[in-house]
Design a protein around this ligand. Structure first.
Ligand SMILES: [Zn+2]
Length: 424
């Protein structure tokens, strides 16, 4: 039906709003968000506003309709009861809330700018009404957001929601910007930080702004940005700096990406705690055996025993004569002998197949852009020899690869000591 004569709230509308939220979460790969905020970042109106906009468009149609047309007669007739639910009262409420002029006023005002014999006069007036409605709707959204003092909106109300297009940082959806979106739109789910154990924190914001595990890179970044943190560090101010930074600002991008790495490992830790062995099928994991770490992949889940089969092919060496493990035993609090990794984790046995991954050297991200042969890569920070960096221990502190990289570095050192001391 043109213009949508259905108005008022119904459970269907709530369902549709939920679908919009779920779609946005899928697009952004987040698990939860404060809906008005994520809509604001993607430049969408809530469905209720969009329906209101349809009603407003229809209002002008009615205004142009001859008085004896049936829809107009139905809508304009005097209601004896239940008047609050009528189209007219509902639409009047919207035009008032949006601070709009009446169709008559827009009609008169538009005619002043259009030649009387313009063949498109009707269309032009209609478009003037539509754009008047759109501007009013957008302004309303901005004002509503600033005035929304609810606990959930405490953070977002200081930002300006987009009303027509996605925010520019989302065009380049790398993991740094994903963390930025997560921190910007986070709902108020308080939990314990799996990295530093602080209680009652909002994970994305905490890791970006206050977590102990991101302290060092954060201080470096604050210094580089010349933000005073020693006297009184203001997390919200820092968040705003990160949020409003130019996309080409390397200092901010580096910090976002570094913090995003911590965020991912926090999520992986939570995942490990909450997921069953079966749900971990296909995941790359690092596990500790005899005090050192090995990288492998879960390739099979055995229903009867609850054990998993692992395969280290194209990831790492596996010198043991077994390939079946019990995940639940490895993940106990005392042992903590397993870490979930993602596709960004290096292959140590096929050094040439790591293009596209990001490694960390001295806290700085190096994106491995292109493999150029003999263990060498072109990276976002110039050419490097990956094998050399692993052997000399440069990757030992890399949050993704440090565990296993240490084994390779120390093996190399043992070798050279052996050579030096003539041990064979
Ligand atoms: Zn923390």
């Amino acid at each position: 039906m043109a213009g949508g004569m259905a108005w008022g709230r119904s459970t269907d509308v709530i369902k549709l709003e939920k679908i919009q939220k779920r779609t946005l979460l899928t697009i952004s790969d987040l698990t939860d968000a404060w809906q008005p905020a994520i809509e604001g970042e993607y430049g969408l109106h809530c469905l209720e506003s969009r329906r209101h906009y349809d009603n407003i468009k229809y209002l002008y149609k009615l205004f142009k309709m001859d008085d004896d047309r049936i829809p107009k007669r139905i809508i304009s007739r005097k209601w004896t009861k239940n008047k609050t639910g009528s189209f007219v009262s509902h639409t009047n409420y919207i035009t008032k809330r949006w601070r709009m002029n009446s169709p008559e006023e827009i009609d008169t005002a538009s005619r002043e700018d259009i030649a009387e014999d313009d063949p498109n006069i009707q269309n032009k007036i209609k478009n003037a009404w539509k754009s008047h409605a759109k501007i009013a709707m957008n302004l309303r959204k901005t004002v509503d957001n600033a005035k929304n003092h609810s606990e959930n909106n405490k953070f977002y109300r200081h930002l300006i929601p987009s009303t027509n297009k996605i925010k520019s940082y989302l065009y380049c959806y790398n993991k740094g910007n994903k963390l930025k979106l997560a921190a910007t739109t986070s709902s108020l789910v308080e939990r314990k930080c799996p990295l530093c154990n602080q209680n009652d924190i909002i994970l994305s914001r905490h890791i970006l702004l206050t977590c102990g595990t991101t302290y060092k890179p954060r201080i470096t970044t604050l210094n580089k940005l010349r933000i005073n943190w020693k006297r009184n560090y203001d997390p919200i101010h820092f968040m705003n700096t990160l949020y409003n930074a130019d996309p080409t600002n390397q200092i901010v991008s580096d910090y976002l990406e570094t913090a995003a790495t911590s965020y991912e490992s926090a999520l992986n830790k939570i995942e490990l705690r909450t997921k069953t062995s079966e749900e971990l099928l296909g995941k790359i994991i690092d596990i500790r055996q005899n005090g050192v770490w090995y990288r492998t992949r879960i390739v099979k889940y055995n229903n009867a025993t609850g054990e998993v089969t692992i395969d280290s092919k194209h990831l790492d060496a596996w010198p043991f004569n077994y390939n079946i493990l019990k995940i639940d035993e490895l993940k106990t609090d005392e042992l903590q002998a397993i870490k979930i990794r993602d596709n960004n984790s290096l292959s140590f046995t096929k050094l040439g197949s790591n293009a596209g991954k990001t490694i960390y050297i001295k806290g700085l991200p190096y994106k491995l852009i292109k493999y150029t042969g003999r263990n060498r890569y072109e990276t976002s920070r110039g050419k490097i020899n990956l094998n050399f960096f692993i052997s000399n221990g440069s990757l030992n502190e890399c949050p993704f690869n440090g565990t296993v990289a240490k084994r390779y570095a120390s093996a190399k050192r043992r070798e050279s000591n052996a050579l030096r001391y003539g041990v064979t």
